[in-house]
Design a protein around this ligand. Structure first.
Ligand code: GUN
Length: 299
């Protein structure tokens, strides 16, 4: 009998996210005893099906842990002025502690302008330049930190333990939503942090150095197993829908940015897609709403 191949540990984002949301229920109860119900407003513009699913899931989880949750669904043709007016009203609404504008917005809307208008104390996505600046200067305790990046670090620690000092972290992708903030967080954890992207030379060499690899470039199954360092912690942020003829004609399935099957025998641990980073994003969002409510109630 041949010895069985080593297999990466699966990092169960769903279970870890559930632990986090369960622990939030207690904090929500404490706030309610002071007559504060943390409130989340999600603004969705247009009918992008993926965004609709994400927004529905955020609303469902908010209700499950006892938050006040409202959804503002606006038609794709809504003017920028109308969206800005909506944000201003939410900024002033005392029942709302967290405002999230689902991205991407339609092309005729200046997303940066919309995000800049959100009161930083209610910016539960952590995308306002004030929160970006607080994160970049290490003042996380005063910031609201972007949800997916915070989830990635929590998942990496699940495999590596709390001390990530000195580890090589390589992030594939440089988006404002994931790549840049996850690099900031890993730098603060004392990782030697590298961001690689579409113009990087010798991409595979960089990837091969990573003890912690965060794939957030948005290309299905881009990272191959033989690029990965033996034993690496692989955090796969990608959610890509691909054809799955093996499931039947016209069928599709979700895959990450990492080629899971070839990574499995090489990585030390890997997040599955779905069930890895996705549920953590929602848990961290709930955490940010509770944190925002706690801070705003002290002002
Ligand atoms: N679209 C994709 N990811 C995100 C996210 O984390 N927040 C918002 N608001 N929109 C997104």
């Amino acid at each position: 009998m041949s010895p069985s191949k080593p297999q990466a540990m699966l990092i169960d984002g769903k279970a870890i996210a559930q632990e986090i949301t369960e622990s939030l229920v207690h904090q929500v109860t404490q706030l309610k005893e002071k007559n504060i119900t943390p409130g989340l407003a999600v603004v969705l513009v247009g009918e992008d099906p993926a965004s609709q699913v994400y927004v529905r899931n955020k609303g469902k989880m908010a209700e499950k842990i006892g938050l006040h949750s409202v959804q503002h669904s606006l038609p794709a043709a809504t003017s920028e002025a109308d969206i800005l007016a909506r944000i201003e009203a939410l900024n002033e609404d005392p029942s709302i502690h967290g405002i999230l504008v689902q991205l991407p917005l339609p092309d005729h809307i200046d997303s940066a302008k919309v995000l800049r208008l959100i009161r930083p104390e209610k910016d539960v996505d952590g995308f306002h330049p004030v929160n970006v600046g607080l994160l970049a200067t290490g003042l996380n305790d005063q910031a609201l930190v972007p949800c997916t990046p915070a989830g990635c670090v929590t998942l990496a620690k699940h495999h590596r333990g709390d001390d990530l000092s000195g580890l090589e972290a390589v992030i594939i992708g440089r988006s404002n939503i994931v790549g840049k903030p996850v690099a900031q967080l890993l730098l603060q954890e004392n990782c030697t942090t590298t961001i690689v992207h579409s113009r990087t030379k010798n991409l595979e060499q960089h990837i091969g150095r990573a003890d912690i690899l965060v794939a957030c470039l948005g290309r299905a199954q881009f990272v191959k197993g033989d690029w990965i360092k033996q034993g690496a912690t692989v955090i796969d942020v990608g959610i890509n829908r691909i054809d799955a003829p093996e499931k039947g004609p016209g069928k599709t399935r979700l895959v990450g940015d990492v080629d899971f099957d070839s990574a499995l025998p090489i990585a030390g641990a890997i997040t599955p897609v779905p069930g890895g980073v996705g549920p953590m994003t929602i848990a961290m969002l709930m955490q940010n709403v509770v944190t925002a409510a706690q801070r705003l109630s002290k002002q």
